[in-house]
Design a protein around this ligand. Structure first.
Ligand code: SF4
Length: 187
């Protein structure tokens, strides 16, 4: 109600608590790299000195999900690995965001087979898709900046905790008894 203008003349800045919280969050994203294939190499390059992800405050790659708030899925995910991906996502702190990096993570890519998940967004909520095979580091940086824009607008999720879309796929195969090995008798 005009208070901001009056206080500004007195040398006092006012803002909303949510803006400060969002600013702190967007400036210190801690990625949880889930790199399974060649896209992971580009992810590593993004953190190198040439591209310097530290400029965006997101260089602190954590391999501990409880210290991370940005999952980056880089590479194809097999059906067998899916429960692990979901477990790690669930262990990450709230609020958290997800980038699906590359064609394989987003769609299965060229691996249109029964063993590869045809898009991780069927099983965990994805915020930003980075296209390419592989995406260049600049493209991943643009994806991280897109996450920052999301955090700027609604860093505190209005609808509370998000949950993965489905529980993990149960493997349908059952191990079969193996043939009894031949024994060679000594006569
Ligand atoms: S999208 Fe291309 S570069 Fe990335 S994991 Fe798949 S095959 Fe490799």
């Amino acid at each position: 109600m005009g208070l901001e203008a009056v206080l500004q003349n007195e040398g006092i800045l006012t803002t909303q608590l949510q803006r400060v919280v969002n600013w702190a969050r967007r400036s210190a994203l801690w990625p949880m790299p889930f790199a399974t294939a060649c896209c992971g190499i580009e992810l590593m390059a993004t953190a190198s000195s040439r591209f310097d992800l530290a400029r965006f405050g997101a260089e602190v790659m954590r391999f501990s999900p409880r210290q991370s708030d940005l999952m980056i899925v880089a590479g194809r995910v097999s059906v067998k690995m899916l429960p692990v991906l979901q477990r790690i996502y669930q262990q990450m702190t709230e609020p958290k965001w997800v980038i699906s990096m590359g064609a394989c993570a987003s769609t299965g890519g060229v691996f249109d087979t029964y063993a590869v998940v045809q898009g991780v967004d069927q099983f965990i909520p994805v915020d930003v898709y980075v296209p390419g095979c592989p995406p260049r580091p600049e493209m991943l940086i643009e994806g991280i900046m897109a996450i920052q824009r999301i955090v700027d607008n609604d860093g505190i999720p209005p609808s509370g905790r998000r949950v993965p879309l489905q529980i993990a796929i149960e493997p349908s195969y059952r191990t079969q008894p193996q043939p009894v090995p031949l024994t060679v008798g000594m006569n």
